[in-house]
Design a protein around this ligand. Sequence first.
Ligand code: GTP
Ligand code: MG
Length: 186
Amino acid sequence: MYLRTQVRRDVRILLVGERDVGKTSVILSLVSEEFADVVPPRSEEITIPADVTPELVPTHIVDYSAAEQGETELVEEVLKAHVICVVYSVNDDDTIERISTYWLPFIRQTLGEHHKVPVILVGNKIDLVDYSTMELVVPLMSEFAEIETCIECSAKTLRNISELFFYAQKAVLHPTAPLYDSDKKE
Ligand code: GTP
Ligand code: MG
């Protein structure tokens, strides 16, 4: 038996999510290492050279903005992505609701019901609250096996911003098997 391993020469990270959750701010905070009060609706595609990424692989970061892009463009970007970050705002329950009612179904509809593109749930604006949304989002992992991990961050304080992109790279380069396989017998 031959085992074929796929070697990726780059990583393409797409950020999606409801309006105003901070997708553009998260990207620009990573790149400039500081929070900008005013950001454009959509960041340019950013390429981070291999030597400054934790996994030493060139990494493209792609923003999505409903204000500037239609659904056709969103579909095209979802098809090209190696990992998709679904961003929500920890202080806005509607943006959490939309993860399971819109974003994850939309991604499945685009890539296929059993697609293997890892998804990371990103709770931004953690600086605004003194609670965690983990107990709301972690249960989604049992319904949607494509969710690789959940992380809370703040584009404003930079908390967990570089970690987020590290997790995204890692999800592509070192995919993990599901932690729990309900079919597996002891
Ligand atoms: P669209 O492009 O319209 O979809 O929005 P977006 O998801 O790109 O959000 P954007 O980065 O434009 O941020 C929306 C608002 O939230 C702006 O006023 C930001 O300054 C603010 N914001 C973004 N991230 C944070 C954060 O971590 N903390 C706080 N307090 N505000 C943030
Ligand atoms: Mg934006």
